[in-house]
Design a protein around this ligand. Sequence first.
Ligand code: NAD
Length: 500
Amino acid sequence: MRDINHFIGGSAFTGASGRFSDVFNPNTGEVQARVQLATTGEVDRAVQAAQAAFDGWSSTNPQRRARVMFEFKRLVEANMGELAEMLSSEHGKVIADSKGDIQRGLEVIEFACGIPHALKGEYTWGAGPGIDVYSMRQPLGVVSGITPFNFPGMIPMWMFGVAIAVGNTFVLKPSERDPSVPVRLAELMMEAGAPAGVLNVVHGDKTAVDAILTHPQVHAVSFVGSSDIAHYVYQLGAAHGKRVQAMGGAKNHGIVLPDADMDQVIKDLSGAAFGSAGERCMALPVVVPVGKKTADELRERMVAEIDTLRVGVSTDAGAHYGPVVTAAHKARVEGWIDQGVKDGAELVVDGRGFKLQGHENGYFVGPSLFDHVTPEMESYKEEIFGPVLQIMRAASFEEALSLPSKHQYGNGVAIFTQNGRAARDFAARVNVGMVGINVPIPVPVAYHTFGGWKRSAFGDTNQHGMEGLKFWTKVKTVTARWPDSELEHADSSFVIPTMA
Ligand code: NAD
């Protein structure tokens, strides 16, 4: 059995916990490797490696740090094929989608290549008589990222790309379900010229996460995963004095107004609901057609579209989506379909019990479609995270606007219409963090910023862009004067200095 090791201080590190987690090939259901689960002491070892690298890395000038990012980008591009295959074999998403996963992360690395410009501080000449004020952004020290299974390339790069470029050193705790790509990224970072210890990877479960959240030398933690764990991470990290951002689950709605271009809507919905087997926090698992005519047409055309979908192994270039990540997740998704039926929704297309010929033990779930879903249903309130689309019929624009606004999650939302005024009104009033207008998956570009609202994110800064830069740095503000000691001697002042 192949073991997946930690990566600490620039090289592979074999843990001694004696605890492992199986890593499956979701296409076949076979165990393909086992990943070590770190002890508290092994997490500390990674933190010490990062601490040892911090002084040198943080005092390396920003242009030189950016050059490491440029080279890292080149190396990831050169190794794209190998990385995408590795990613697909553990996650199950199709190869083209794995390339997209890595590419979206690389786009944050491109942002990080411009870090000397982004890091420039503020300056006021003459804020008072002979007084200048300036601010600088400094790295925090050793920082950490804890990432989910569904984007094992992109999400680690969201975090360490910006954190390392600004001068921090990093301990990454990736998902134990698909841990190989993060390790490979750390190797490539060393090859790109980052000194040993700048990026470390420890694998693990709650023990490793708790060790990070309570470690006195870890100054900031970025988390992405499900909401209950995000909330736990936010609370425990904050209780230990850390800066924490914790992104959680999602239930994104697509609102379809009667004037929408239905040909395009059907294509957009199909990709956004079923792509990556629905395992995306920016998937569109709920569609809200406004008016009966829109709903009836959408339902009829969606059924026909689903009929054309091809579920296949992740290496099948013709497949639209592959298996879900584990047998447990397949059971969970199918459990939610059972629940939807119990809730009283109409199951129009049933993806349960789907078997792919020749891969009967793979974790495949067929596409499912529900109609007449209502807000009280458990299967609506919670995230399913599988290839399941729920139709919720709304009678009016206001009702459609209220559904995503009132939902416990507020990650993304999309509206499909040709009416600019309605779209503008919707974007301004909807209680959700990321909005698409005729864009089904509105993941912002890397130099903007990613983050949801309500139970989709705890903390107040987003991922990447200038918000990411803020999260991974602290501001120092300097007020300076250079009096001529021959001429100016001010008296002591016992009153707070003002600009009055
Ligand atoms: P998860 O919450 O199970 O795991 C996320 C991380 O937490 C992993 O590293 C895991 O090892 C760790 N973890 C698991 N159980 C833990 C525990 N009890 N205590 C401490 N740490 C624990 O999430 P997942 O299944 O890997 O990912 C899917 C979830 O992530 C979905 O809910 C999805 O919506 C969400 N997600 C959100 C975003 C976003 O930006 N909002 C992006 C991607 C995924």
